[in-house]
Write a protein that binds this ligand. Structure first.
Ligand SMILES: *Cc1c(COP(=O)(O)O)cnc(C)c1O
Length: 213
């Protein structure tokens, strides 16, 4: 099955107000171009070095929105701010402050999502819920950026029903903070995320097939 057929299948299942983010890491610029030619415009990348050449070779496609979804190193912030419209992986107040300052210098105004860790997970970064609540009064007033939602990734060892519980906690916290978006759900658990109120499904392999390394 090709990615364009899989794309149509996803669109047919998405309720109104839920967005599909095509996670194109591990796939070529031409794979992105194929989906863009079907009218899909939202693409997510998690590694800057891998994303930059693809972004550069797709400059002719004016309506692509690039989402950064990976761990952010301090020295990469400027490039990320210059190239990405939405950043899902804000994991500290310090990082958000840096993005805010650099966004001003670069005349950009990225949309941000705070990554939250609802369960212990040594492989993932993110705010703990209490850390986010503590930082929120500062985060929400940072200039040149706008927080639109929360992002979460569930630990791989969690069963699907437990993942759904985590997704519900994420939705509840977003509502509490007055945030519309929840970026949650990947190829293996998007149905649970959708049921819990996800507004952005981050789908890689279920759309593009297995990743090339
Ligand atoms: C790779 C990745 C995805 C997509 O994963 P699939 O299981 O291939 O759908 C989603 N979110 C993040 C943060 C990722 O790094």
């Amino acid at each position: 099955m090709t990615s364009t057929i899989r794309l149509k299948e996803f669109y047919s299942k998405l309720p109104l107000g839920v967005n599909l983010l095509a996670v194109s890491k591990g796939h070529s610029a031409s794979a992105i171009r194929d989906l863009a030619s079907q009218g899909h415009h939202q693409f997510g990348e998690s590694k800057l070095q891998e994303a930059l050449p693809k972004i550069n070779s797709l400059r002719d496609l004016k309506d692509i929105t690039w989402h950064f979804i990976g761990k952010i190193q301090t020295n990469k912030v400027r490039s990320i701010v210059k190239e990405f419209d939405v950043i899902h992986s804000i994991d500290s107040l310090k990082l958000a402050e840096r993005i805010s300052r650099i966004a001003s210098e670069e005349y950009k105004s990225p949309l941000l999502l705070a990554q939250v860790k609802f369960r212990p997970d040594p492989n993932k970064s993110g705010f703990l819920k209490n850390e986010l609540l503590e930082a929120w009064e500062k985060l929400k007033y940072l200039p040149n950026v706008k927080f639109v939602g929360l992002m979460t990734i569930t630990p791989i060892e969690l069963a699907l029903n437990e993942r759904k519980i985590v997704f519900c906690e994420c939705r509840k916290l977003a509502n509490q903070l007055g945030l519309k978006d929840c970026s949650m759900g990947m190829s293996g658990d998007w149905q649970e995320a959708l049921a819990a109120g996800s507004t952005i499904l981050r789908i890689g392999s279920a759309l593009f097939g297995d990743r090339h390394k």
